[in-house]
Design a protein around this ligand. Structure first.
Ligand SMILES: [Zn+2]
Length: 312
């Protein structure tokens, strides 16, 4: 145990029956499926100063929370958070970081180079912003070994189809490097959230490997349609299907069969550590969809392992 205790959000003990960080419950989940662990494509590691700002924001019920109470379950030092995610058996994870304004992405990317070097189980992550020079620093990040990018349309308040990003999307499509993009209007809408701007990007770059964060919450069906249309579009499960999200953005029951058809392009994501419930709840939320163990194995490990060439 890494000494991080779980804070309950709903008056329960918050850990599905066990104390501590819930590591045993998480391991039991993937062991039962016969998996070597989990691949989590959506976890947040960033410079401590920035992460603390994010936490302050959640504490203050900033606009991104949609005014919903959002206690951070895994609020701890970086080394402790790493210990917890390893204790969960997450074999590969990301360092989703993102700028809220111009002039910040390069600094975040240089931090991420260092983080990736000292954290071999983290997939080297980089970010971008529509600004002059973006193609240059994205190229540099690729040369430095970035394996995944994060784009946050809501926090960055930019249009992903902005012409300033056009050649950069082309570069990423050519490189086949995935981009996790927060582009849905949940938990809170932004000026450029929703499916239309992303549809414009994909019309220009149909091979771009976008991973739609949060299953596109709450515009689930529009983003499923984009994934059905474009074979390189994937979705991450981050916070979707949980009790927390189902309260304000329920996943439509009738759309579940579409998740089966897209079963090789749905990827486990969680938002660790910034989640208002224990990590295992995300896994149980996937399990209770009732789509079967093969689907769970694909989503929780195999699809991510294949995409990022992770060997067991
Ligand atoms: Zn996130």
């Amino acid at each position: 145990m890494a000494g991080v205790s779980v804070r309950a959000t709903d008056g329960s003990d918050g850990s599905d029956g066990s104390g501590g960080s819930g590591g045993e419950d998480v391991r039991r989940f993937w062991e039962r499926l016969g998996l070597p662990g989990l691949v989590d494509v959506h976890t947040h590691f960033m410079p401590e100063r920035v992460l603390h700002k994010v936490w302050d924001y959640f504490d203050a019920l900033g606009p991104l929370t949609g005014g919903v109470e959002w206690p951070i379950t895994y609020r701890a030092e970086e080394s402790e958070r790493l210990a917890v995610i390893r204790e969960f058996g997450v074999r590969a994870f990301t360092a989703m970081l993102y700028p809220h304004k111009a002039g910040m992405a390069q600094w975040l990317n240089s931090w991420a180079v260092d983080f990736a070097r000292r954290t071999p189980d983290c997939l080297h992550t980089a970010t971008l912003f529509p600004e002059p020079g973006v193609e240059g620093y994205v190229r540099e990040a690729l040369e430095q070994g970035a394996r995944v990018f994060k784009a946050h349309v809501q926090v960055g308040a930019y249009d992903p189809s902005d012409r300033l990003l056009d050649s950069t999307w082309g570069l990423l499509a050519e490189a086949g490097v995935p981009v996790v993009i927060h582009c849905g209007s949940g938990p809170a809408p932004g000026k450029h959230t929703g499916p239309e701007p992303v549809a414009r990007v994909l019309a220009r770059h149909p091979r771009l490997r976008l991973i739609v964060a949060h299953m596109g919450m709450p515009e689930y069906e529009d983003f499923l349609a984009l994934a059905e249309r474009y074979g390189e579009v994937r979705l991450d499960t981050t916070m979707a299907f949980t009790d927390f999200s189902e309260r304000f953005a329920p996943f439509p029951r009738e759309a579940r069969t579409r998740l089966v058809a897209l079963g090789d392009r749905v990827l486990l994501g969680t938002d660790f550590p910034n989640i208002p419930y224990p990590y295992v709840h995300q896994l149980h939320a996937l399990e209770r969809l009732g789509l079967g163990d093969d689907w769970l194995r694909a989503v929780c490990y195999e699809n991510g392992a294949r995409l990022f060439a992770i060997s067991p």
